[in-house]
Ligand binder design. Sequence first.
Ligand code: SAH
Ligand code: SF4
Ligand code: F3S
Length: 470
Amino acid sequence: MQKECNVPVSAVKHNAAVAAQIATRMAALGKTYHIEAYGCQMNAHDAETMAGIFLSMGYKKASSLQDADVIVFNTCCVREHAEKRVFGNIGALKKRKDENPDLKIIVCGCMPQQREVAERMYKRFPFVDMIVGTNELYMLPELFQRILEGERILHVVDIDGEIAEGLPIHREGTFSTCVNIMYGCNNFCTYCIVPYVRGRERSRTSADILQEVRNVAAEGFKEVMLLGQNVNSYAGDDGTVHFPQLLAMVNGIEEISRIRFMTSHPKDLSPALIDAIASLDKLCKHIHLPVQSGSDRILHAMNRHYTRADYLRIVRMLREKVPEIEITTDIIVGFPGETEADFQDTLSLMREVDYAAAYTFMYSKRKGTKAAAMPEQVEEETKKRRLQELNALQAELLQKGNARFIGTRGTALVEGCDHRSASMAYGRLGNNKMVYFPGDESLVGQMVDVIVTQTQTNSLIGRIATETNR
Ligand code: SAH
Ligand code: SF4
Ligand code: F3S
């Protein structure tokens, strides 16, 4: 059904030849880069690609922003707060540029993809060397060459159907890493800027995705997070491969132990996906399923295309077929027109679902979105109070609900040891809960079976399961 939503894709490659030319000049100079990522996982993953490109241009990672020869701000504009932070932080770079005119400053990501914001930044921050949008990472070597020659660049183009394949990626994680499966969003939730700054949905081919997963496995990664704004509408290979099929293909890659994915839009969550979560052994029993609101009136105004009852039905189905599944969510309070009764509906939905975690936000007006023009904008004070109430309820539910984990057994991918007490190792269970247990550095990177013995607000405590515990 979603096939036709995906725009056609053609692959482009980054200019490795230009990168190599720059590398021959730069490697000997020992120049360094620093990238600051301000947004979601997609944004952080883009930063890993930019790091890969800088390394291919002979740059090294700087130990801090203070020491860098190139500073990159990979921006986010999903809420006003994120934008304000970026404006403040760019302003603070002026002094550094005055002290060191050779410093190169690049602002990229979602903020400049709003053309008017890009132009405003270009005027307001004359010491910034380059402002570039989200879709031109593959052009970084050419553009960078030009700023090295002294040019100042504002380069934001409308996003089309292209996907750049074959870019170098410098991955930050050690055992878990992200692989993009699609870009863009077609949903136009009325509050959200993402479709305007990331363009229409376009899916990578299954062959490109599988190759990348094999590559990361060969680099030693055990877990992959498949990324997209709405992974359920993945339609690769000219619409012939859908998300559950893709998951089955990734599940077949022997060297990978665990698969996660995000984000799922409830309107597109199919029975086939629920079956895949239930049956594929490497797929983590966790789903991030943003509900946004518990009120039908508000869900409709948000253009979410499901009702509270639809959402609760999906949650029931998930729990019937995958009893151990944990569900996390995103919720917005103070959407235009949200009354006290609407907010009570959100609180009651939160009680009904009993989430493992909820990322909660005050509605933030985004210029150009439909909701920004809606009358009945909610007062800041009311938004703040509702957010506090919602967070207090989530904390209370977590405290009560955590008891259900005691005595359960799960497999943790060990990420490290607690620095306060090196004898406590920690890792994430398949259900996304963090668990701490007696163990040492030798376990890092291993998949370890753990039995939960105690709970804390946001994590669990356990012990290593031995065969006799079974
Ligand atoms: N594609 C994902 C992520 C979108 S952005 C999804 O659909 O879930 C992450 C979260 O930011 C959203 O789920 C939403 O809860 C929140 N968000 C988006 N726009 C917002 C706005 N204008 N104000 C407040 N929160 C917003
Ligand atoms: Fe934004 Fe909605 Fe698309 Fe998510 S699904 S990115 S909230 S428009
Ligand atoms: Fe992500 Fe922010 Fe862009 S949430 S897609 S970096 S607007």
